[in-house]
Design a protein around this ligand. Structure first.
Ligand code: MV4
Length: 653
């Protein structure tokens, strides 16, 4: 190997992909330079690199997207090459030009290939010219509604409106009939102008029940171009890929021969060099059509690495250094099957809203054939500035079934607390019979909307209720020896009563539609945010973390947050009219204003609790008579502990 034109690589990215690139840079004996925003000063990628340069404030527009700042950082830190990763500046042709003008090597394709493939209309024209099958559509310059209407009728509804400057489904609109076309055109154009400063649109016939299949290509600067097989990314949500695998269960040897040779034709048609991905839609009949080409390393590249045994980033670096590809197409062998899922900090119960928080504990079991690419560490806070992906979990197996089961198992045995994630949702996708059969198409998630929110088993709510009554630092011995106690927890699912007997055994009762549901919990051990216990006679264990107003519990096949609803010091009992006064906060009883049998007025102050140097009054709702009093001045009480009951005043006779 002759001497390389660079010995130091700047990685213009963050998170898992920055770490992934740094790994290959170091393995080649090269030095790494990280860039980071003020929010990422202590992030894993910042720490992992040999040097790190701050680009600016947290928002990407003021840091990771600042082309000139990245160039300046490379100069300052002595890097001669820049790897852009994915997202950010990775498909920005001006940035590629700027690198060249600054004497820096861009580890990616030539600017011209980025420019052509970035214009989705131009790209399609080039593909048509190269004989690559494309979805029938309209690519014309006449952008008026009349032209689009004529073409839509000619193509035949349903049609897809797409943004020329878009890609990845952004600015995409499905139109089923003539009447909806004009509004959809306006919506798509304004969305595209906002997002890309270019409202140019094109039309395609909409294909349903198809699969998203993409081919990994690799080309060097010496005219060698080869493929590394395909990936199936049909499971998507709002055009974000959720599950990716290689090979595609829908691609036969016959289809693969044609598909991969068309992908290579696509790459050659734009003079492609480095790693790239050609996306296709594959319909039920086995026909496939070019969608677009991604001129970067993709999130889902690990599944290809698993089945080929190659290191794609290593190859990107070699190609950028001007080396010829070290093998031929015949040398590339495909073995086994790999599936990847994207683990994201988002709440499936709230329509997958991205979530922030502090990653309290996070562990994926180490299993043979399981790879975890992540850029977050335990204790790290998940900031709102960047995308919500925490990690990619990839499983490899001899065949699809082995990979699928392995990945489902790894997810089911993973523990993540502190921030809601889509972990359970991912496991359910992998266990779904349609996915298991390899038959999931692009509409899988819209046809299975319930997969995100499965109601939790009653026992999980009971365990959460127990933990909410359990003082934060109390040991299992102290809990067991503390004697009888009673609490009330108001969960979203309803009111829960927790009683502790003299042996520390808890009975959790929740009012349900017709009657009540009673669960007995016998704590066995409690340490390091891990509780094991008997639920009835079944041994269970959960990981938990206390969160504001409640607890997050990971166990019994799911991770859930349970939060006390509106702290209330007086809870009515519908049947008897009895009021239960409960401690709104943990503290010490400072004063007791009434004794058993005393009458109290409506909104009367029965007790005062001192907590955090504040006096907190516990008042009645209605007038009544103190029926029982469970504490005295000086008693230490925990939040939600039952303090007193107030019987309704008997009607005067
Ligand atoms: C389509 C399509 C059907 N018909 N185009 C989405 C991402 C982008 N790369 C291209 N995409 C699609 N383009 C036509 N003419 C279906 C998709 C598509 C998709 C659509 C809805 C829901 C999930 C999807 C997953 C993959 C591809």
């Amino acid at each position: 190997m002759k001497s390389w034109p660079f010995d130091t690589v700047l990685i213009a990215n963050r998170g898992e992909i920055a770490l992934r690139i740094i790994r290959s840079v170091h393995a080649l004996g090269l030095k790494s330079v990280a860039v980071f925003s003020e929010a990422d000063a202590e992030a894993p990628h910042t720490r992992a690199a040999d040097r790190a340069v701050c680009l600016g404030p947290a928002p990407a527009a003021q840091s990771y997207l600042k082309a000139q700042a990245v160039i300046d950082a490379a100069r300052a830190a002595g890097a001669q090459a820049i790897h852009p990763g994915y997202g950010f500046l990775s498909e920005n042709a001006e940035f590629v030009d700027l690198c060249a003008q600054s004497g820096l090597i861009f580890i990616g394709p030539p600017a011209e290939a980025v420019r052509v493939m970035g214009d989705k209309r131009l790209a399609k024209e080039r593909m048509l010219a190269a004989g690559v099958p494309c979805i029938p559509g309209y690519l014309g310059d006449a952008q008026n509604p009349q032209a689009f209407r004529d073409m839509a009728r000619q193509i035949g509804y349903p049609v897809m409106i797409k943004a020329a400057a878009g890609g990845g489904g952004r600015g995409m609109r499905l139109v089923r009939q003539d009447q909806d076309l004009e509004a959809a055109l306006e919506g798509a154009a304004s969305e595209a102008r906002n997002a890309f400063a270019d409202g140019t649109l094109y039309l395609e016939k909409a294909l349903f029940g198809s699969r998203h299949v993409e081919v990994q290509v690799l080309a060097d600067a010496h005219g060698h171009c080869l493929h590394l097989g395909e990936r199936d990314c049909s499971i998507q949500r709002r055009h974000q890929k959720v599950v990716e695998e290689s090979p595609s269960p829908a691609v036969t040897e016959e289809i693969r021969r044609h598909l991969t040779s068309d992908a290579l034709a696509a790459a050659r048609a734009v003079g492609y060099v480095n790693a790239g991905t050609v996306e296709f839609l594959l319909d039920e009949a086995g026909q496939y059509y070019f969608l677009e080409m991604n001129t970067r390393l993709q999130v889902e590249h690990p599944v290809t690495e698993c089945v080929t045994g190659l290191d794609l980033v290593d190859l990107q670096l070699r190609v950028a250094a001007g080396e010829p590809l070290p093998f031929t197409q015949e040398d590339v062998t495909f073995r086994g099957h790999a599936i990847e899922v994207r683990l994201c900090a988002e709440d499936p119960a709230q329509d997958f809203l991205p979530c922030t928080g502090t990653l309290n504990s996070w562990s994926v079991p180490s299993m043979p054939g399981v790879r975890v690419d992540t850029g977050v560490a335990n204790g790290q806070s998940i900031s709102p500035y960047y995308d919500s992906m925490l990690a990619k979990i990839i499983a490899y197996g001899c065949d699809r079934e082995e990979a699928r089961r392995r990945l489902a198992s790894a997810l089911e045995r993973s523990v993540i607390t502190g921030v809601p994630t889509n972990k359970d949702f991912l496991a359910r996708i992998l266990r779904h019979p349609e996915f298991a059969a390899g038959r999931a198409t692009t509409d899988f998630l819209s046809r299975n909307e319930g997969l995100g929110s499965i109601s939790e088993p009653a026992a999980l709510g009971a365990i959460a209720s127990l933990l909410m009554c359990w003082p934060e630092h109390m040991s299992i011995q102290d809990w067991t020896n503390a004697g009888p106690g009673q609490w009330v927890v108001r969960l979203a699912a309803g009111l829960v009563r927790v009683t502790r007997d003299r042996h520390g055994v808890a009975t959790v009762v929740r009012d349900v539609q017709n009657g009540s549901e009673r669960i007995t919990l016998r704590p066995l051990s409690l340490e390091h945010n891990h509780l094991s216990l008997l639920v009835g006679s079944i041994r269970e264990h959960v990981h938990y973390v206390r969160i504001a107003g409640g607890v997050e519990v990971c166990g019994l096949g799911m991770t859930r947050q349970f939060v006390e609803q509106l702290p209330d010091t007086s809870l009515g009992t519908a049947t008897t009219g009895e009021e239960r006064l409960i401690a709104p906060i943990s503290g010490r009883v400072l004063r007791v204003n009434a004794a058993v049998g005393d009458g109290v007025a409506a909104n009367g102050c029965v007790l005062i609790i001192e907590a955090m140097k504040m006096e907190c009054e516990v008042r009645t709702r209605n007038a009544g008579v103190i029926g029982s009093l469970h504490v005295a001045v000086g008693s230490q009480v925990s939040s939600r502990q039952l303090l007193a009951t107030v019987a309704p005043r008997q009607a005067e006779s």
